[in-house]
Design a protein around this ligand. Sequence first.
Ligand SMILES: Cc1cc2nc3c(=O)[nH]c(=O)nc-3n(C[C@H](O)[C@H](O)[C@H](O)COP(=O)(O)OP(=O)(O)OC[C@H]3O[C@@H](n4cnc5c(N)ncnc54)[C@H](O)[C@@H]3O)c2cc1C
Length: 156
Amino acid sequence: MTRETRDTVTLALADSEARPPFAPGQFNMLYAFGAGEAAVSISGDPGDPEVLIHTVRAVGTVTRPLASVKRGEMIGVRGPFGRGWPADAAARRGGTMLLLAGGIGLAPLRPVIYDFLRNRAASSRLVLLYGAALPPTSSINANWNAGGAKTALIFT
Ligand SMILES: Cc1cc2nc3c(=O)[nH]c(=O)nc-3n(C[C@H](O)[C@H](O)[C@H](O)COP(=O)(O)OP(=O)(O)OC[C@H]3O[C@@H](n4cnc5c(N)ncnc54)[C@H](O)[C@@H]3O)c2cc1C
């Protein structure tokens, strides 16, 4: 678990079963035993679906226990659900990809950024406009400038 802000954590889930592939924008239903389940976007790298990453903001009955889960504890996972976004095809076409997000809304865009960096044409450019009370930390902004990508990160 990585703490991103006071009420937001990123969970990396290990699983003995093979994980199905996922596309940017898809989500899983995460189940906190004894509390219930909530929809949470997959915020990891679609190129590495074996490591299942979710970023959870603790707001209520289900997300609070999910965000305070300890290493080695179990949570349930159903999914992935949703149609997903063709970020890889868009990156290959070249041009500028503009992403806008606020707060926890950045989490579902993280797989888009991974796919963009892996598939971008030489002329591709990524612009992220992000509004948040606090700057994102560790895992949220890691490696966005990897590989010489033309990336502009603008805090509002
Ligand atoms: C497709 C999809 C993707 C999502 N992706 C993410 C993600 O990546 N990360 C993430 O953190 N969240 C995500 N969410 C949101 C997440 O599913 C919700 O935050 C979660 O369902 C809340 O469940 P909860 O039981 O923890 O909160 P609840 O207990 O249902 O409470 C939710 C909110 O309602 C308020 N509330 C509850 N009961 C009442 C009441 N009686 N009167 C007034 N207010 C009340 C609570 O204070 C709280 O602010 C996603 C949702 C969808 C649909």
